[in-house]
Design a protein around this ligand. Structure first.
Ligand code: PLP
Length: 465
């Protein structure tokens, strides 16, 4: 007689698993029947759920019922074709299946020995992606959860390169980091977390198309050197969050090479546009960067979380971070990579599996086709908006984000945005450009079609008197 399983029995797992897969397949077949944004007040879900965990287990049927009746209706559906907010990210069939397998194996890729597959598939998959991106072979890749964490590690390595004594003595003040005024807040946060200090983060001015001005960068570096400070790192962005502008990386790289500064590229979203041959130029100069981050969970149809950090100077990360307590010692083998040596967290999920599933299942041509279609859809939408004299386009449509506004006051735009959210036309976000409120319409979901955009645009138009 086999012992009863302390886990769910295999039979119960199989039955519930089929129900879960059916639910996912139904959801993916027709996500449009769900509202994107929940009609809920803060605290409503908390009030609807018991305050204490059950003493005795409950049937999976009851849990799944509550998932459908309580959790989904309180969810903002990021994986919905009319999710146009922030950056519109997308999971996909192969990525979802891989997530289930990742959980089933439940491996922790601390070091090679803790699972050769986690380590070696990460190496193989990141080499594939590096080739697609056209980054040099010398680049070493590692997967983090978020771009915030990837960038934090890049800044840490940059400062170690400038001040190797930081490992023994702690960080010294006066080390200065530069990014554009439109860089993502994660850059400044990373610097703050590492003790750089707000006073030493310079936000460099941008031009009429929101791109960092190399002259202003050079002037800031010169001024800091004259004041006895130590410039150490420049972060350039390919695809800024507010409006997907692309900093002039070749000119910035030339400054970094002359000044001996670490160049980190934040291509968390925009790097994917560089996979499309017509937009490859967005990645010009990135081969000269010391480090480069791209988030497949943003525009490569990989479920959250998956952020890839490349560096051509992995030895600096290792010098800054490697630490091997006795219980983690392993035999040396030149082919054995221990990713724990290059990052702050010891452990990591098997994220490479989902990226590998996605890249293999779709292949480069199909992925390029989807990204290209998103950019084309954004361009058509921008042209349509521009042809309506009540609206204006607020920034160049470089990728798959359209920034626009009603001609008129910020109050009028705020009212329109609130009406757009309430109308069910989609879920949008906003930013401020040149001191004025701008509505952001981001396209990036694998299921979004021209019809979705047309339907949404007709609703938006009808909301303006
Ligand atoms: N960099 C850019 C350009 C972004 O747009 C974002 C988020 O949207 C981030 C970094 C931070 O991403 P994450 O949530 O992965 O930390």
């Amino acid at each position: 007689m086999p012992h009863p399983s302390p886990d769910m029995s295999p039979e119960a797992f199989r039955a519930a698993g089929h129900r879960v897969v059916d639910w996912i397949a139904d959801y993916l077949a027709d996500p449009r029947r769900y509202p994107i944004q929940p009609d809920r007040k803060p605290g409503e879900l908390i009030d609807a759920l018991p305050s204490h965990a059950p003493e005795q287990g409950e049937p999976i049927e009851a849990i799944l019922r509550d998932f459908e009746s309580l959790i989904v209706p309180a969810s903002t559906l990021w994986n919905h074709p009319q999710f146009y907010s922030f950056f519109s990210v997308s999971s996909s069939g192969p990525g979802i299946l891989a997530e289930a397998l990742i959980a089933a194996l439940n491996m922790n890729g601390m070091l090679w020995k803790s699972s050769p597959a986690v380590t070696e598939l990460e190496q193989v998959t990141l080499n594939w992606l590096r080739e697609w991106l056209g980054l040099p072979e010398s680049n070493f890749g590692i997967i983090h959860d978020t771009a915030s964490n990837s960038t934090l590690h890049a800044i840490l390595a940059a400062r170690h390169a400038a001040q190797p004594a930081q490992r023994a003595e702690g960080a010294q003040p006066g080390y200065v980091l530069y990014c554009s005024e439109h860089a993502h807040s994660s850059v400044e946060k990373g610097a703050l977390a590492l003790g750089v200090g707000e006073a030493y983060v310079r936000k460099i001015a941008t031009d009429a198309e929101f791109r960092m001005k190399p002259d202003a960068l050079q002037e800031a570096i010169d001024a800091d050197r004259a004041a006895g400070l130590h410039p150490f790192c420049v972060v350039a962005t390919v695809g800024t969050t507010s409006m997907t502008s692309v900093d002039p990386v070749p000119a910035i790289a030339a400054i970094c090479e002359r000044e001996n500064l670490w160049l980190h590229i934040d291509a968390a979203y925009g790097g994917h546009a560089g996979l499309v041959p017509e937009y490859r130029h967005y990645l010009d100069g990135c081969d000269r960067a010391d480090s480069f981050v791209i988030n497949p969970h943003k525009w490569l149809f990989t479920p959250i979380d998956c952020s890839v950090l490349y560096t051509r100077r992995p030895e600096v990360f290792r010098e800054a971070l490697a630490m091997t307590p006795a219980y983690l010692r392993s035999n040396y083998d030149p082919r054995q990579v221990n990713f724990m040596d290059f990052r702050i967290p010891l452990g990591s999920r098997f994220r490479a599996l989902k990226l590998w599933f996605v890249m293999r299942y779709f292949g480069r041509d199909h992925i390029v086709g989807i990204i290209r279609s998103h950019i084309q859809m954004a361009q058509h939408l921008a042209a349509e908006i521009a042809s309506d004299e009540r609206f204006e386009i607020a920034a160049p449509t470089t990728m798959s984000l359209v920034c626009f506004r009603l001609k008129g006051s910020d109050e009028a735009n705020e009212k329109l945005l609130a009406a757009m959210q309430a109308s069910g036309a989609g879920f949008f976000s906003q930013t401020v450009l040149h001191g004025r409120l701008v509505i952001r319409w981001a396209i990036g979901n694998i299921h979004t079609t021209e019809e979705d955009l047309q339907r949404s645009w007709q609703v938006v138009r009808s909301l303006v008197p």
